[in-house]
Write a protein that binds this ligand. Structure first.
Ligand code: ZN
Length: 469
């Protein structure tokens, strides 16, 4: 059986400062090596001071993933030499003398299967190496320490995944979860990075390091399964090693023999005292935690009669579920949810597009009311929404300027239908013989009314006319 385990590095992007100093946690879009200080550069004599907020955020993640929180946490030095690590060691957590990392023994359910969380640890990110040109051929490697010391949690799962699809589902749930908890923006470049370890039956375990996107980790795992299976079939041993994912060639390649834990010479970090976690403080954090994505979906379905599919889509996107919470009333919740998930999400499916939306909760609420009161059709509603997100104008302004009023009164609708019957004699004959073709006539009426006729009423009148003669 194929066994896959994950190590996910998730930056705590919502924090102000780095894990052990006052430099900014947000290292993006600033000149190289300008967000550094003696502490994160590891200069002699500089001492780390632990960011209290980082401990709180890591605790919240651990709680949300069903982990045990220890009575006290401590930090270790993981020693290795690499240019992106100015101190020569990374300050991280390690369960050497009892469990002292921020979380352990949690679980996440995916499609009825339990994925166990072995451990969650709080640690600092290293700097970034920047290659000029491709990493294999380059003569020059630059190093930018702006990221060094940025707080992140590493989430380690048991090898409970059986296939890459389960991995993707899990990662999506995790991304929704950290976004919903307001601890990280998982869509920022580099905010969530994944290592996967994988072994097919009769093969050694191989680790795939540092894959930057969820789509790529899925591809890398698929590639590795095929590679390992073909080696096993030919009786060639699969080497236990670390491999890297080559995005351009869509293959994994061997990078170095895998370090064992003892190679890192873990030592207790004596510059940071052992931190006691008081139960009352943990309880207070628990109370402040936002409603989980799962609970939110259940509420939408139960309280408002929203379909599970729409509830799923809406609850897992924090931006849109926040908009829903502010926009809906007791009477229009279902319609608001439909407008957001079927139309609005289509207009703005990326982070950049969401930010550009000139839309307020009031817009959506007014629009939903107009559809529910039969003032406009859903079709016209879509047009109005399109205009709203571009201009930010109110619904009433847009409805007037686009002439979106519903063709509600039956006599004028009947008149239009008569005209269509006159113009489309052949189609009318056909519809009398073959009722399936009636949609053609409905379509003609819709075109004539510019989508303002109610489809139900239109069909009703057409049917009556078809069978009365
Ligand atoms: Zn610093």
């Amino acid at each position: 059986m194929t066994k896959i385990g994950l190590e996910i590095h998730c930056q705590l992007t919502k924090l102000e400062s780095k894990l052990f100093c006052n430099c900014k946690a947000d290292y993006r879009d600033i000149p190289p090596n300008s967000n550094i200080c003696p502490t994160c550069m590891g200069l002699p004599g500089a001492l780390p001071i632990l960011n209290k907020k980082a401990v709180e955020k890591a605790t919240i993640i651990s709680l949300a993933l069903g982990c045990q929180i220890p009575k006290q946490i401590s930090f270790f030095r993981k020693n290795y030499f690499y240019p992106d690590l100015p101190k020569g060691f990374q300050i991280t957590q390690y369960n050497a003398y009892g469990k002292t990392s921020i979380g352990s023994d949690g679980a996440v359910q995916i499609e009825g299967k339990e994925i166990k969380i072995r451990r969650i640890q709080l640690e600092e990110d290293p700097g970034r190496l920047v290659y000029e040109g491709s990493s294999e051929k380059t003569q020059i490697t630059l190093v930018d320490y702006n990221r060094a010391g940025t707080p992140l949690v590493e989430i380690v799962t048991e090898p409970d995944f059986e296939n890459p699809r389960q991995v993707r589902i899990f990662l999506n749930i995790l991304a929704d979860l950290v976004e919903n908890l307001d601890v990280s923006d998982p869509y920022l470049e580099g905010a969530m990075r994944v290592d996967g370890n994988i072994s097919v039956e009769k093969a050694n375990r191989v680790e795939i390091k540092n894959v930057g996107s969820f789509r790529d980790i899925e591809k890398a795992l698929h590639f590795e399964i095929t590679r390992q299976q073909s080696l096993v079939e030919r009786n060639i041993p699969v080497v236990a090693e670390t491999r890297h994912w080559d995005e351009a060639r869509k293959i994994t390649f061997s990078s170095r023999s895998k370090e064992e834990e003892q190679d890192y010479r873990y030592l207790p970090e004596a510059d940071i005292p052992i931190i006691r976690l008081v139960q009352s403080k943990i309880d207070a954090l628990k109370d402040q935690m936002p409603e989980s994505v799962v609970a939110k979906k259940e509420r939408y379905v139960k309280k408002y009669g929203i379909t599970p599919q729409v509830g799923d889509v809406l609850s897992s996107d924090k931006f849109y579920s926040d908009l829903f919470e502010k926009a809906h009333t007791d009477t229009n919740a279902k319609e608001v949810a439909n407008i957001i998930t079927t139309d609005l999400m289509g207009f703005a499916d990326t982070r950049e597009k969401k930010i550009e939306l000139k839309i307020t909760p009031r817009h959506i609420s007014d629009l939903a009311d107009a559809v529910l009161n039969n003032q406009i059709t859903r079709n016209s509603g879509k047009l109005a929404l399109q205009e709203m997100v571009k201009t930010g104008k109110s619904f009433s302004e847009i409805a007037a300027s686009l002439d979106l009023g519903n063709v509600n009164d039956k006599s004028s609708l009947e008149k239009i239908i008569d005209e269509v019957f006159e113009e489309e004699k052949k189609a009318v004959l056909e519809a009398r013989q073959n009722p399936d073709t009636v949609n053609y006539i409905v379509g003609k009426v819709m075109r004539k009314t510019k989508g303002k006729a109610d489809p139900g009423t239109t069909l009703e009148i057409i049917q009556k006319k078809l069978h009365s003669k």
